[in-house]
Design a protein around this ligand. Structure first.
Ligand code: GLY
Length: 320
């Protein structure tokens, strides 16, 4: 293994500033855990990202309920929270819980209470903008104009430090208009995330209910452990599974997976247009776009400036 290899990959364009921050930390000998936490926190704090942290869209009762996880690839320690409320950085709570052998996955009121008692920053996570969207959606649903469950983009990330240590983390406010108490894949080991510093890591975004059916993050790591490259592992775990779901379950929701191995190689697979951000020892931080390609492969292209401009406009557009 190349001793100076390092890397970071994360889901969606929204992770790019966090990827830049993580890459600076990793190059300055920061740990994989610190880098992945800093990355996720950057996304959680930005009010215009509507599926993660502050500004995340609420459940059907108008409450922002968040899920998050953290995993240390050296020790395999994991911490997670589900249905946590009013905590600015759910990922930091998950990381703190990863230090505990017992009680490392807390849900609902227990998770919120743990955060309060342990000095995590508490905040009303429902921004005016998110509230307006919720009110609008409620009215639309009453008119039966739309499907209730559109749009949910988890931030998931994997980091590799120059020491060879790896970490993974996720954070999401889950499905917009979800039923109170609904939990997605993001805090679930093997589904939303998995990392083993001897092999590599993977993380997921998309419809949690379907990602869970295939334990897709673990499947990708398992395949990398058998010698596949991250791209081969993503393609082999994701595309046949989508076919299987369609055949046996009748449908497959939208989802995308990212992977990074212990040498800093990366891969992605997706059944929908999917942006991601990546940086390695040989690749400056960049936003790329993935699409399903021919014969169960993935097509990866750079994002255009026009796409980035339209994205910026879209996320900040007034809610009418
Ligand atoms: N992947 C996030 C969720 O389903 O909640």
């Amino acid at each position: 293994m190349n001793e100076t290899a390092w890397g970071v990959i994360a889901t969606w364009r929204m992770a790019h500033d966090g990827v830049k921050k993580a890459s600076q930390l990793l190059q300055a000998n920061g740990t994989a855990g610190d880098a992945v936490e800093a990355l996720i926190k950057t996304v959680e704090a930005y009010p215009y990202y509507k599926s993660v942290g502050y500004g995340g869209l609420p459940n059907e009762n108008g409450e922002v309920e968040m899920d998050a996880a953290f995993m240390d690839g050296d020790t395999l320690a994991q911490g997670a929270v589900a249905g946590i409320h009013e905590v600015l950085h759910a990922v930091s709570v998950a990381r703190a819980l990863s230090h505990d052998h017992y009680n490392s996955f807390l849900v609902g009121q227990g998770a919120t209470q743990y955060a309060q008692l342990n000095g995590f920053e508490m905040r009303n996570m429902l921004t005016d903008r998110a509230k307006k969207r919720w009110e609008k959606r409620r009215a639309e649903l009453a008119d039966a104009k739309i499907k209730p469950y559109d749009g949910h983009d988890t931030v998931g990330a994997i980091t590799l430090a120059p020491t060879g240590s790896m970490a993974a983390a996720t954070s999401t406010s889950g499905l917009f208009m979800k039923r109170p108490g609904r939990v997605g894949d993001s805090p679930l080991s093997g589904s939303g995330f998995y990392v083993d510093s001897d092999i590599g890591g993977a993380a997921a975004t998309g419809l949690g209910e379907d990602i869970m059916k295939g334990c897709l993050s673990y499947e990708i790591v398992r395949r990398m452990g058998e010698g596949r490259t991250p791209q081969e592992a993503c393609d082999e775990a994701v595309y046949p599974f989508i076919e299987k779901l369609k055949r046996r379950y009748g449908k497959a929701g939208e989802f995308s997976l990212i992977a990074l191995d212990r040498a800093g190689n990366w891969g992605v697979a997706t059944n929908v247009e999917f942006t991601f951000s990546v940086a390695t020892a040989s690749q400056k931080p960049v936003i790329l776009m993935a699409n399903p390609g021919p014969n169960q492969t993935t097509t990866i292209t750079p994002v255009t400036q026009a796409w980035l401009d339209a994205y910026e406009k879209r996320i900040k557009a007034p809610i009418k």
